[in-house]
Design a protein around this ligand. Structure first.
Ligand code: PMT
Length: 316
């Protein structure tokens, strides 16, 4: 019998990145979720969302973080569910979450009021202030439909090590459903880390003078994901740049290197109004106009619509 191929990245993952104790349990949960939905002829998307945290000490006081609010991942999860997908949501602890993201900029106490409108009074019922949360009924309805269909499986990560191991586990769990699986890798993942063997145990002391850091390169996880862990899946990576002039070149380079299906390219400052979906054959600009903003259209709705159509073609 042919032996499974063990890539050098697998070896590095096992040796230099602490394995989370619950990884096998989570893998089984994801596999059960994927099989259940695939049997009901539903596609499954794994969304990664939020930034990874890289500790500088093993008893961590300080860490490096990658920027991502989690908005892209959280809102995309809602649109995928609306499009008939089941979603595994691999997200950074405390980053934005599907449905409840609408509360992220409000003080919950401002969103409530007494029903008699007279302020603090004896037994008055507490109700939602519709002026503060005008869309709450719509959001609640969509949330309850999602719960009813058990369409969302949330999995949390904080550190880069957790992210890498959980992503690998997810890829292996989803490999059982072949091309019905989509990977939507919107998380902002660190390119640098300090191997466990070189990390100081205790808090780094400022009395030792200025801090000089030397960090290793994180292995590009897309490579084994596409080649070894989930070779039949539809894989989308994201490319974030701050310099718009190099964006498309980097996106094309990623496609050439990893041979996956699409890259969603965005620039930090304009990411909520403009992205380009790049595939080996096509390049689609998705834009949110001022009119769209007034109508509360989000760019993730367009991204998800573009990619679900591409996934259809990929499967057929
Ligand atoms: O969350 P928001 O505030 O809404 O912002 C959304 C976003 C800007 C974070 C999102 O749209 C985005 O662009 N995410 C990807 C950011 C990123 O890390 O890009 P990158 O160029 O460093 O990585 C490119 C791709 O390689 C990513 O899909 C990543 O999953 C993958 N990668 C990265 C590092 C690594 N070691 N292995 C990888 O496979």
């Amino acid at each position: 019998m042919a032996k499974p191929r063990i890539s050098s990245i697998d070896g590095k993952l096992a040796e230099e990145f602490a394995v989370p104790s619950h990884v096998e349990e989570v893998k089984e949960k994801m596999a059960v979720f994927a099989r259940h939905h695939a049997a009901a002829d539903r596609r499954v998307v794994l969304i990664t969302s939020g930034g990874t945290k890289v500790p500088l000490e093993s008893r961590t006081v300080r860490f490096l973080d990658n920027f991502s609010s989690g908005r892209r991942g959280a809102s995309s999860a809602e649109y995928f569910i609306e499009s008939g997908y089941a979603v595994i949501f691999l997200y950074r602890h405390r980053s934005l979450y599907p449905y409840t993201r609408i509360f992220s900029n409000i003080n919950m106490l401002d969103a409530l009021k007494f029903s008699d409108g007279e302020g603090v009074s004896g037994n008055a019922e507490v109700v939602v202030n519709q002026q503060v949360l005008p869309n709450i009924a719509k959001a609640l309805k969509r949330y309850q439909e999602m719960k009813e269909g058990k369409l969302l499986l949330p999995i949390e990560f904080s550190t880069l090590s957790e992210y890498l191991h959980l992503l690998k586990a997810a890829a292996q769990a989803l490999s059982t459903i072949g091309s019905k699986a989509m990977f939507y890798l919107a998380a902002a993942v660190s390119d640098f880390y300090i191997p466990a063997s070189e990390m100081p145990e205790h808090k780094i002391q400022s009395s030792n003078g200025p801090l000089q850091l030397s960090m290793n390169m994180v292995p590009k996880i897309l490579s084994p994901l596409v080649k070894d862990w989930a070779p039949q899946a539809f894989v989308i990576s994201f490319k974030l740049e701050t310099d718009a002039t190099i964006l498309l070149d980097r996106a094309r380079r990623a496609l050439d290197t990893y041979r996956h299906q699409a890259v969603v390219a965005n620039v930090l400052d304009s990411r909520r109004g403009y992205v380009v979906v790049v595939t080996p054959e096509t390049q689609a600009e998705l834009i949110i106009t001022e009119e769209d903003v007034k109508n509360e259209v989000e760019i993730e709705e367009r991204i998800v619509s573009n990619l679900t159509s591409a996934h259809n073609k990929f499967i057929t």
